[in-house]
Design a protein around this ligand. Structure first.
Ligand SMILES: Nc1ncnc2c1ncn2[C@@H]1O[C@H](COP(=O)(O)OP(=O)(O)OP(=O)(O)O)[C@@H](O)[C@H]1O
Ligand SMILES: [Mg+2]
Length: 315
């Protein structure tokens, strides 16, 4: 199987708040660092990527946020306008100005997702449909939380099945075959080492298997360091039992509770490891109020080490 960064399209998914956007950004930074012209595409207009790089403008545009790294926030309505403009010309123009048409289109189940994923697909083409747009080596998709994450991968095929003939069916089939192509498309799951995110990742693994898809990597994010071994922890506990100083007591309690947390996290990592065939990549918890450039660089380094990359893929 091809290495992760040799793919053209990577979906980063996982439960809400586990660090999908952070991992998508770190993957983008890593790919760009390795010489790939890369774009991180956020679905559902979260605008996390632009915020991180302190860029604030029309986010449906492809904005360069660093050397070789671009970002876009994909809004389905804007994706539809673009699609209509490019595909159906003058008629599209009339339709895209019709508020009724917009309302109907956005209320059609699955159409928002099809339009969003259609735009992602367009970004990943060597021959871009958008006039004058340059191709990317890699598109990293910051996908919505799991559940939706897999649904979005299934959308094009669903549309192809419903429509059977005509442009939507054709488009749906083209996108579905690209997404189904493991050489082209990869799926990365992110989980924090806690019960619920681990359960969801295991469930995602199963439901992808039913679609004949597989996780290409699983990222365990925000892992606490194991500072003490069992013996040291026992020493801390007995010191806590003895000391009368309230300062020492609260310091010891803090150390012991972090130790217990690190332990519980390791148990969850083991559950993941046993339930999956995919290698795990561990990313440390960053002790910082906000993840700034230094923290992102550290996470990018950890990702690079964890993915065990060899020579830069392309230069
Ligand atoms: N390794 C880490 N260490 C410390 N904080 C982290 C780490 N990874 C992510 N965070 C923080 O956790 C929060 C959630 O991260 P992020 O926004 O990447 O998650 P998400 O899965 O994209 O969330 P959502 O489902 O809301 O889109 C953010 O405040 C982020 O800065
Ligand atoms: Mg996010």
């Amino acid at each position: 199987m091809r290495a992760l960064l040799d793919k053209r399209l990577i979906f980063v998914t996982g439960k809400g708040g586990v660090g999908k956007s952070t991992v998508a950004i770190a993957l983008g930074l890593l790919a760009a660092r390795r010489g790939l012209r890369t774009i991180v595409a956020e679905l559902a207009s979260q605008e996390r990527v632009q915020q991180t790089f302190e860029r604030k403008s029309d986010s449906f545009r492809e904005v360069e946020v660093g050397p070789g790294l671009f970002a876009i926030s994909i809004d389905p309505e804007r994706a539809m306008e673009e699609y209509l403009r490019i595909k159906v010309g003058a008629v599209g123009h009339v339709l895209s100005n019709s508020r009724l048409f917009h309302a109907l289109a956005m209320a059609t189940p699955g159409l928002r997702e099809l339009l969003s994923i259609g735009k992602v697909w367009e970004l990943a083409q060597f021959e871009r449909r958008s006039h004058g747009a340059s191709p990317y080596d890699l598109v990293v998709v910051d996908a919505p939380a799991t559940g939706h994450g897999v649904a979005i991968l299934r959308t094009p095929r669903t549309f192809a099945d419903i429509a059977r003939v005509g442009p939507i069916a054709h488009q749906g089939r083209t996108i579905a075959s690209t997404i189904g192509d493991r050489e082209f498309t990869g799926v990365v799951a992110v989980a924090t080492p806690e019960e619920m995110p681990v359960n969801e990742t295991l469930a995602l693994h199963e439901s992808l298997a039913r679609e004949d898809l597989e996780l290409d990597a699983v990222i365990v994010n925000a892992l606490y360091p194991e500072r003490f071994d069992g013996e040291e922890a026992a020493d801390l506990a007995s010191a806590l039992a003895k000391t009368r100083s309230s300062l020492a007591r609260s310091a010891l309690r803090a150390a012991l509770s972090e130790h217990a947390r690190a332990r519980r996290q390791r148990e969850q990592v083991e559950r993941l490891r046993e339930g999956l065939s995919t290698p795990l990549v561990e990313l440390p918890y960053m002790f910082a109020d906000q993840l700034g450039r230094a923290e992102l660089k550290a996470l990018t380094d950890a990702l690079e080490a964890g993915l065990a990359l060899e020579e830069p893929v392309r230069s």
